[in-house]
Write a protein that binds this ligand. Structure first.
Ligand SMILES: [Zn+2]
Length: 210
């Protein structure tokens, strides 16, 4: 059960998968939209320096939002049981990522820390990075990004505990609006033993802080 919601984890998981069923848009249509935005900004899309820009922007958007083309959970489908009796926390610290806020489509740039206490099953560590990227390469709010990563690990690995902490700065805040560069936002999601047991939570947070 996802804490604080009336939904089961599987329900929430199904919820974000649903966004993938969107009609595909031809690239020409995306490029035309970029031309409109260039004119909206006050420049001439037929100016030489801007001629190839719509195509480049469309391709860049493909890259920024490639998370919609995948189910991040698939990266956790291959697990290992042979862990030599290892029963301590597995942690990946300072994983850099880039995402885009869903309110302004502006960059979110940050670092994630992902930890779990295995319940006999572990995954290759690069898989945790792929889960992060699968969710980051979508339109996001930082709170949901944090929750989705934790829920996905919980759902697929059924570990004793999961902890996800994300620190990020938001270009929509640093480059527009209140114009406050250098401000970072921290969000966290603790599940299982890291949520229920004070000592375990302190232990994982100490590891995350290094
Ligand atoms: Zn924003």
């Amino acid at each position: 059960m996802a804490p604080g919601s009336g939904l089961t984890m599987a329900d929430e998981y199904a919820d974000y998968k649903r966004v993938r069923h969107v009609e595909p848009v031809p690239q020409a249509e995306a490029e035309a939209a970029v031309r409109t935005l260039i004119r909206w900004a006050g420049d001439d899309p037929d100016r030489e320096g801007l001629l190839d820009t719509p195509g480049r922007v469309a391709r860049a958007y493909r890259e920024y939002f490639r998370g919609y083309q995948e189910d991040p959970g698939q990266h956790l489908s291959r697990t290992f049981r042979e862990v030599g009796g290892y029963d301590e926390i597995v942690i990946l610290r300072d994983i850099p990522f880039q995402s885009h806020c869903e309110h302004h489509m502006a960059p979110i740039i940050g670092r994630a820390h992902i930890a779990y206490l295995p319940n006999k099953r572990v995954v290759g560590i690069s898989k945790l990075v792929r889960v992060l990227q699968g969710f980051a390469k979508r339109l996001q709010v930082q709170e949901r990004l944090t929750a989705e990563i934790a829920d996905c690990i919980q759902l697929h690995l059924d570990p004793v505990g999961v902890a996800v902490v994300i620190e990020a700065s938001h270009a929509c805040m640093s480059a527009r609006g209140v114009m406050t560069p250098g401000v970072t936002m921290t969000t966290s999601r603790m599940m299982g033993v890291f949520r229920e047991d004070d000592r375990s939570r302190k232990e994982v947070l100490a590891l995350i802080r290094g």
